[in-house]
Design a protein around this ligand. Sequence first.
Ligand code: ZN
Ligand code: ZN
Length: 433
Amino acid sequence: MKKALAVGFVVLGSMLALPAQAQISAEEIDSLAAETQAQVVEWRRWFHQNPELSNREVETGKRIAEILRDLGYEPQTGIAGNGVVAVLEGGLPGPLIAIRADIDGLPVTEETGLPFASTRTTEFNGQETGVMHACGHDTHMAMALGAAKVLRELQGRLAGSVMFIFQPAEEGPPAGEEGGASLMLDEGIWDEVTPEAVFAIHVGIGQPGGQIAVRPGPMMAAADRWEMTVRGKQTHGARPWDGVDPIVVASQIVLGFQTIASRQVDVTKAPSIISVGRIQGGIRNNVIPDSVELEGTIRSFDPEMRAEIKTRMEKTARLVAESGGAEVDIQIDDGTPPLINNPDLVARMMPTLQRVSAGGKVNTLNPQTVAEDFSEFSNVTPGMMMFLGNAEPGADPTGLPANHSPLFDVYEPNMEVGVRAFVSLVVDYLEQE
Ligand SMILES: [Zn+2]
Ligand SMILES: [Zn+2]
């Protein structure tokens, strides 16, 4: 449901406007990014030391708004919970484009030993846990704020506007709550003006230090959760014909699901995965139970295939259950859509990425079967998410702790690449209009 909020943006006027002439050079962007780097590191360390879980990013949101105000912005706060949005209006007319950073941490107890390591704890799902920016969202915020600082200095010569989106709950809201990118859209951040393009950076995923990687087209999967109950008829384990065995029926359905991905959808078009994460039923060796519960996840990259898999799962579950005399309830949620990088946008921005990426090299990568709700934004307008290597340049990135590990860390000088990337993407995109 839409809130009638329609985020009435206070757009920063161009009171700093310089005479609108000289184009913004790459050298100028690089030197401004270099000047901002120490500040970016300081911001990152604050966020790192003060992580908050999804939909609980109260202090994080406040800190972001405070920094933006110090930079001369007039941020809108409290969007989709603790989200923050700010718009910079350039001195010259032109389109609106957007930069998105996610702001939430994870229920992970940090083990990096960094001097600014998180010591926070909280309760999550009834358990006491540490809280950590184990996915690198601390660096995403710091880089986006670094870009906000640099672009503010270039404001008078920008031919268009930039929206900065600080999005809560990327890792998913707690059970029973709404949140994340879709809620920001529902609350109307793009109702007045939809940006022409939206950009985001994610650190990690085994890329060499300071290098950018991007995949045109489907890059990250749709993630849809499903759950199912198979109902049979309880009986003695020695006399199964007196009842209906839901364990055997559930097993047949599990195997049937595996033939959807391997036999029934076009494997040459896009990969897909159906996983069962939980199967539960019964209480002792010689009692056939009344019912079995299952849940799992579906990963897919193609919107049509995603819909087809759901239809086929429902049919498989229903018909297999019927053949065994059992009944089945299956519920497949609409989760995060696949993240599809707009191929034209990627091609258009490739020279920019090559200029800023370490060693002038932009890598490609295989589709990632994890999901990212940046896809909600890139479903509405052309979007591009890039990965940025978190390793020290020259180090083997494949041996490093992965995102979500208690040892995950980012080599901080790489954030300068991220700031240069954001600023250069904005400047180059607007100048090409
Ligand atoms: Zn994550
Ligand atoms: Zn993440």
